[in-house]
Every structure is written in C-alpha cells, then in structure tokens.
Design a protein around this ligand. Sequence first.
Ligand code: FEO
Ligand code: CA
Ligand code: CA
Length: 663
Amino acid sequence: MNDHPQASSPFRTSQLEENDGPGHNPTENPTMGEIISSRFSRRGLLKGSLAVAAISATVSPIALILADEARAESASAFNFDELEAGVDDKHHVAPGYDADVLLRWGDPVFADGPEFDPANQTADAQAKQFGYNNDYVGFIPVDGSAEHGLLVVNHEYTNPHLMFPGLVKIVDGKVEQAPLSKEQVDIEMAAHGGTVVEIRKVDGKFQPVLDGKLNRRITASTEMQLTGPAAGSDRLKTSADATGTRVIGTVNNCAGGVTPWGTYVMAEENIHGYFSGELPADHPEAANYERMGVPEGAYEWAKFYDRFDIGKEPNEPNRFGWIVEVDVNDPTSMPKKRTALGRFKHEGAESIVAPDGRVVFYLGDDERFDYVYKFVTAGRFDPDNRSANMDLLDEGTLYTAKFSEDGSIEWMPLVHGEGPLTAENGFASQADVLIETRRAADLLGATKMDRPEDIQPNASNGKVYVMLTNNTKRSAEQVDAANPREKNAFGHIIEIAEDGGDFAATKGKWEVLLKCGDPSVAEVGASFSTATTANGWFGMPDNCAIDSAGRLWVSTDGQGPKATGRTDGLWAVDTEGEARATSKLFFRVPIGAEMCGPLFTPDDQTAFVAVQHPGDGGEDWDGFGRASYYEDPSTRWPDFKPDMPVRPSVLAITRQGGGKIAV
Ligand code: FEO
Ligand code: CA
Ligand code: CA
C-alpha cells in the first residue's frame, strides 16, 4: 500500500489542491476504539474477503465466487460495455458513447466575449470567458425542459504554471516559478468563481447559447452579501466594510448544488490558500485561523490586495468558507453568503425536500479528521412560489454527525446556548458558533472522518451517500467503525438511511457501502463485489451524482500511474440487491486531471463531466516523467495544438444514436 498515493507536485497551487496536509483537528474526540463492528465485518466477509480468499487461496470457494459474480452481473442496474482503465494523455468513454467538449477554459460565454488568446490573456477577457478548473456542474431546466437550461459551473482554483507562458523555468533540473504580475493575479481572480450559461440541445448535442440573457460570470471580485445569523458580527467587519455584510468575491468553489427552488449554491472550500501575512500579536482570531490552516499562502494575491493579508485585514478570512447562493434568474443579483450553513472547508451542498417540506442540505468539511454536517431549513419549500423560498437558507438548524459503532448516526445541533456552546467556551452568540463551526463540532464530539467530500441524498431509495476520499494519516488507534482502515489511502463510501425515510430526522442508520482500492491486493481491504472487474475498481471517491433512475455514479480525485495504475474517471456503482458494491468504469480523464461534475440531465440522455486540472502532473507517468508546465505540459488536451495550452473543460456525454445512458 502506498502511504502517499498522490504524486506530490512542485507547484504551490497544486500542493494546496492535493490537500494532503496534516489536518487541523487538534481534539481528542473519542474514537470507537479498535472494535470494528461485526456488521461491518460481515459485509466484508460476504464480499471483499471472498476476493481476498481467492488470492490467498487458504480457502477456495471458487464456485461460490463465480455464482456471486454471475448474480451480481445480471442484477446490475447499469448496462454498458466497460471501458478499459489506464493512463494516457486523452479522455476515453465507454464504447457506443460520445464525449464532446462543451466549454473549455477561455471559451467566450457572452456574445461579446473575446476569443481565447492565451499568449495575450487579460483579466477583462477572462471575465467574459469560461473560467479555470471547472468543478461542480449543475443544470437548471428552462420551463422544465431536459434539452434547454442553464448550466452552472464552479471554477475552483487556478494553476498559474499551466496558465501563463514564461512563468516556469527548469534550472539545474529544479522547477523555478517567477512571481506573478498584478495582471496575472487579476486574470487568476477572474478565472475563479463560477459560470452561468444558457445551453440548448441542437441535433442531439448541447451547445452554449452565447447571447443568453441570463449568462453570467461570478469571480473573486464579484460583490456579495453576507446574510443569516453571523451577518453583521464584529468578527466579519473590515476596514472596507464597517457593516460586516459586504464581501468582495468568492474563492475555491469546489462542489455545490442546485436548490429545489432553482438557485445555484457554491461551496467555498480551501480558502486558507488565498491568505498571507501574519496576525497582530495575541489576536483573538489566532486559534480560529489555526483550526482552518489560515494563512497558507499558496496564492500571491496579498501582494496586490490588502484584503488577503491578515496582518492588514485580520477579519477577512472569517468572510470566506461559507455556502454562496446565486439567483440565476437575475444576472444582476448580488450572490449571498449564507452563514446559517456554517463556516468550514465546504465541499458541496446537495439538497432534498423532506416529507414536511423543510429542505435538507448535506455538507462535508473536506479535511483529514473533519466532520459531516447537514442543515435543515426552518421554513418549508413552496413549489408554487419561488420568491417565498429565496431566503430559506437564512434560518434553520445546522447539525454535525456522530457515527456510532452499532450502526446508528446521531445528528447533533449546533445551537448557541445548548450543551457546551456557551460563552464559557467562547461562543457569545450563534454568530460565533457559525464562524467557528469546527470548534463547536469538536466540543459536541462529532466523528472525525476520512475527508468528507460530496454527500448526495437519493430520493429514489431514501438513502444518502457520503464520499470519504482518503486519510493516510489515520493511525491504528484512530480507526473506528465509520473510518475502518488505518492509513486509508483509497477512501470509502458510507450509506446513511435516515429514520423513517425522513431526511430531516435527527437519527438514522449507516453502513459502509464500499471500501475502495484494488480488491486483488489483500492488504488493501477493498470490498467491491466479486463481479467488479480489474477495470471496475477505483480509489479516492470525491464527487458523485444520482441519475433520474436513482443510480449512483462516482467520480474520483487522486488516482494516477503510481497510486492505482489508472487516471481518475467516472464509475457506475450499484447500490441495490445482489449487484450491490459492483462498480464499472464509464469514462476516464487525461493524465494529471481529476474528475469533477458529474451530472445527468433530467432525461438521463446527457451526462456532463468536468475535467479539472488536466496536465497538472505526469512526473510519475512513464509516458512523460518530468514536471508539467505551460511550455512543456504532459498533455495538450483537448485541442492538441502546439500553440494551445492544456485546458480544463466540461464535456457532454451522449449515447451514439440517442437515448438514455447505460440502460
Ligand atoms: Fe475541492 Fe474536496 O475537493
Ligand atoms: Ca471535490
Ligand atoms: Ca478532492
């Protein structure tokens, strides 16, 4: 097993994204000890350890395995010919499907947007073009159509070494990166945020509608409003904003969601990388910032903008790390940072309407040993009155999860004045609880998880799927039932069933759906079904989607030549019946990329996938074997033209000849 499966990049922004640091959770929250629950072991015995047994050949129930494989294959909810796993400089999709480029970094998203000219890029041009490093992808239908709607896409972060010519030199075999100019920083800021763009299906393929009236770019310079219980707190006030309610920009928008009322939510994740400088001595925010890893300084923005220098603006980091809501119906509307959903390294915010009409948002805090959350609105969703829903996210209850070894889950409310969340512990108000959500959850004894990424409720079966991407720092003593492997290099997926099928319930049950990694290596302890092929297994689950048939699709971040012998991609994962825990490879990305999105249109005829940071890496690939940068990238995907850099892009996957995917 590889302790550090991810190749460590020489470039600062790539290191930030790898997010493989020590974790910032200092607490001794009780782990569940060395007992691995018997229910968990039983599933392992029935599935994964049969595969292990076949390899170690101590017992040899081959006939049983073959029968198991045959049953799982015939019971699978997915029907397509599996793609071969591997590593190269291109994308690949299962036979019989097309994967067409829809939008690339630099493509205009307005009728007056300039054509991409990478050698002469400007911030003004970038602000009218598709941003960098597409992550979350959402689709908001126009008039209920599956063929016409708004595509919303997050642009999580920038990789200057792949964006700007002349920045990187190799000196004596070592990488040297020149400092960025102000214009380059401004381009980075304009390449962050999100894109809202109208798309329409023409002759069976989606195309952007560049004169769409609702098209919009949101960037690290877009003015935003802070709303909810923490808005106006003294801890959110800066020299530019005496009200504590107005922020310039959003950064590191990782995954997100589309609400039942048709707004777009963006999750601010690794915000610590944007801040530099030093806090004044004995500053009251010191412990708060340490818990968030602020400042990390991967970006050079503080050189030109004081708001990213915590020595000059000590409260600014408290204005990032929130869920941002965008009213896509009004391109002039001010996005709102909804403080009621807490402040941490937000991965995403997928939602579902509970039986009583309250709306439940599932939230992950992506750091080693950090927590799973959900937010339940106080008000009820009104499907007939959009405007009545527009501030639902300002009032409700934020909960954090405790996973017990008996397979139960408890959602513990983060409410000021309840339990330890009092002035005695430094929480003078609900604003304080929300600004320091992590510390509040520490005090409640939430379960420390192996990097919670996307969390997806599934209306079809009433379950919730939690992607836990990896945590190689978990020691044997820190193993617990919900995080059952030490040095968890390949991650796992937990399935939650809320009590009574009510997503707003405060109790439920959980079990491990899948321990990831190569099931043919016994020590990995993976638990894919025996029907899963050598192409079908994966590691490092990150994003996921549920299609309209209720099927689970999982995309990955962090695989590669050394880690798993395959690039990241999109896998179809069975959750029901005999086929449960069977996985099949559908799509894979070029070298250096991670797989984001994914998203299915409501008719299941198109799958959007976001290829993020292609060409970022390749040192560990025999086909390249050196540092990858603008002039010498490990791939020039997707254009493969000598004067074009590698470009993060969103693709649309369709079945050749039309029809639903994988039926
Ligand atoms: Fe931006 Fe947790 O992935
Ligand atoms: Ca992610
Ligand atoms: Ca990730």
